[in-house]
Design a binder for this molecule. Structure first.
Ligand SMILES: Cc1ncc(COP(=O)(O)O)c(C=O)c1O
Length: 388
């Protein structure tokens, strides 16, 4: 008997980069060294102070359920962080600790979207968001973005794309895959546009802290207390595998998010929460800031080299650890290019088709979450691929 599973699965696409990673690892297991420029996680280990706090959490028996909204100490530490980092007053009651940024995004969507409604988001963008929506019976309303708007939405794109069933907008700044940032003026305009329409604005800030321009990155919490802000301990804090993030919600959403958190997750990982208390220590912050400087150096290197090889990078990525680059003339489509690059030249990069539909065949995403010497090796092999 063939069991039948839910129809929604037909609308959910696999994350191509995971398949690519599996193939890269397979080749590596056969003894072929692979340069990984596909991965979306920092190569640096979790800062030592956090690791120690995690070990202590286990030996101190912090291994039980916690409150669904997270431990009060961590919520307070994040509230203090908003004050120190952004000069913003975000009371701990509005902060929920979550199972990664992913848990926060799922809850933000469950909080705001009814079945059949749509959420505007950029194409290209982080692919899991559209699948969270599908899972809940809602839809991504993808808005193609180009270099002209820094691969981000702005007020007029939001206004012109708004449909009768649109319920809100989801932004990510810095963005995955483009690394681009929404400037202060555009963020203020979008907040105004969405609020005027009484829509919801969800802002994914999980790459905050990994931004490289001299201009200070502003958080959406500074613009309105009605935004939902998603953040994570995965990227700047180097805690991908600990599965911890947080969200800031409007006061009016607190009881709704409490219900969702209790029912969907019971609580975030207790051990990870106690470990994360050390993430705001001076010792951990200085380690993370050293890592950020290394990312900036790698970005500068890779940008220069890719441009010299003929990749089109009209918008300088100023955050995250990605470069979204247009393939040089004559390279074919991005999936075939990535396949060939891995199989014949041992370099793994992600095709643009993982991030949407618009022009995706012409783009690839390079990740520089990799040691600079390996990036140099990758560039050498990429050069060979383009000349043979
Ligand atoms: C833009 C964006 N949002 C959210 C996530 C989810 O991250 P996590 O669940 O590890 O916090 C990722 C992961 O790569 C991402 O790139």
């Amino acid at each position: 008997m063939a069991l039948k599973y839910a129809d929604r699965l037909d609308e959910i696409q696999p994350f191509r980069v995971m398949k690519l990673l599996a193939r890269a690892n397979e080749l590596q297991a056969l003894g072929r060294p692979i340069v990984h420029m596909e991965v979306g996680e920092p190569d640096f280990p979790t800062p030592q102070a956090i690791v120690e706090a995690g070990k202590n959490a286990i030996s101190d028996g912090r291994t039980k359920y916690t409150p669904a909204e997270g431990i009060p100490e961590l919520r307070r530490a994040i509230s203090t962080f908003y004050h120190a980092q952004y000069n913003a007053d975000v009371p701990a009651e509005r902060i929920f600790i979550t199972a990664g940024g992913s848990g926060a995004l799922l809850m933000a969507i469950a909080l705001t979207m009814n079945v059949g409604e749509g959420l505007l988001m950029s194409d290209p963008g982080y692919p899991c968001n559209r699948h969270f929506l599908t899972t809940l019976g809602a839809h991504a309303q993808l808005v193609p973005v180009t270099a002209d708007t820094g691969y981000q939405l702005n007020r007029s794109l939001v206004a012109n794309s708004w449909q009768s069933n649109s319920r809100g907008v989801l932004l990510a700044s810095p963005s995955n895959p483009t690394g681009s940032v929404i400037c202060e003026a555009d963020m203020a305009d979008i907040v105004d546009e969405v609020m005027t329409r009484q829509g919801h604005l969800i802002v994914d800030e999980i790459y905050h802290g990994l931004d490289y321009s001299d201009e200070k990155l502003r958080s959406a919490v500074e613009f309105s207390d009605q935004c939902i802000v998603v953040n994570s301990f995965s990227k700047y804090f180097g805690m991908t595998g600990w599965r911890l993030g947080w969200m800031v919600v409007p006061e009016s959403a607190i009881s709704g998010v409490e219900k969702l958190a209790q029912n969907l997750f019971i609580c975030p990982s207790s051990i990870a929460q106690y470990a994360a208390l050390a993430a705001f220590s001076e010792e951990a912050r200085s380690e993370m800031d050293r890592n950020r400087s290394a990312f900036k150096q790698r970005r500068d290197y890779l940008l220069r080299e890719l441009k010299a090889l003929g990749f089109g990078i009209p918008v300088e990525p100023s955050g995250a650890f990605y470069i979204y680059a247009q393939l040089p003339e004559g390279c074919g489509n991005s999936e075939a290019f990535c396949h060939d690059l891995l199989e014949r030249h041992s370099v793994a990069v992600t095709p643009g088709t993982d991030f949407g539909y618009f022009d995706a065949d012409r783009y690839v995403r390079f990740s520089y979450a990799q040691d600079i010497d390996l990036l140099r090796q990758g560039i050498k092999q990429l050069k060979q691929a383009l000349t043979t």
